[in-house]
Design a binder for this molecule. Structure first.
Ligand SMILES: [Zn+2]
Ligand SMILES: [Zn+2]
Ligand SMILES: [Zn+2]
Ligand SMILES: [Zn+2]
Ligand SMILES: [Zn+2]
Ligand SMILES: [Zn+2]
Ligand SMILES: [Zn+2]
Length: 205
């Protein structure tokens, strides 16, 4: 029985000659092939031969593997093989890849470059070419970059002084109402229309 236990029993414990761990004899083949930390392996990236427990260090950012890990150089946090960094930084996997804003109007285009993950906020709040509605209520939409010029010099809803201000009319009214206000024949007013200008020209009677 002693001889059986020491030399023949399939459940006897033996020492792995590589890692010196205690291993049950019946699983020694499996241990040698796929579990022993000192087994010989080839790096699956560069095919260099080494011992299994060196593989992690070899493939790490500080390791010697030609395809070692590298953290994205643009800062997205993804780890890729250093040999695949160039492809990563232009792929949709990388939220920090450079993109160009494609907003434009008749007069030009934004063309600003930025990290892809900041484009939505840029286009929603900051892009000079984003479309905005006139805040004065004229129902026009336009690029943000021309809004100030529109509301100060072009919008039909902007407030302007009466053209007869120089002759004494103190009225201020919406640009679209000026014509009605100063017209020679003061027609009966519809609701919401301005009063006839007291300083308008009228035919001599
Ligand atoms: Zn036995
Ligand atoms: Zn072993
Ligand atoms: Zn390698
Ligand atoms: Zn990235
Ligand atoms: Zn833009
Ligand atoms: Zn307007
Ligand atoms: Zn007036």
């Amino acid at each position: 029985l002693a001889r059986h236990n020491e030399q023949e029993c399939r459940n006897r414990v033996v020492k792995c000659r590589l890692c010196h761990d205690d291993v049950v004899f019946s699983v020694l083949d499996r241990h040698d092939a796929s579990m022993c930390v000192k087994r010989a392996v080839n790096c699956e990236r560069c095919s260099e031969a080494m011992v299994y427990d060196q593989l992690g260090e070899h493939q790490s950012a500080a390791g010697g593997c030609a395809h070692a890990d590298a953290v994205c150089t643009l800062g997205c946090g993804i780890i890729v093989w250093r040999t695949k960094m160039a492809a990563h930084t232009v792929s949709e996997d990388c939220v920090k890849r450079d993109v160009e804003c494609d907003f434009h109007d008749e007069g030009g285009a934004c063309k600003e470059h930025m990290p892809a993950d900041t484009l939505p906020a840029h286009q929603a709040d900051r892009c000079a070419y984003r479309q905005v509605a006139c805040p004065l209520g004229c129902k026009l939409t336009m690029s943000a970059r021309v809004l100030d010029a529109h509301t100060s010099t072009a919008c039909v809803k902007r407030i302007v002084p009466c053209p007869n201000a120089g002759r004494g009319c103190a009225e201020e009214l919406r640009a679209e109402q000026v014509e009605t206000h100063v017209q020679t024949e003061a027609a009966p007013r519809k609701g919401g229309e301005p009063a006839a200008c007291a300083f308008r020209y009228v035919p001599c009677r």
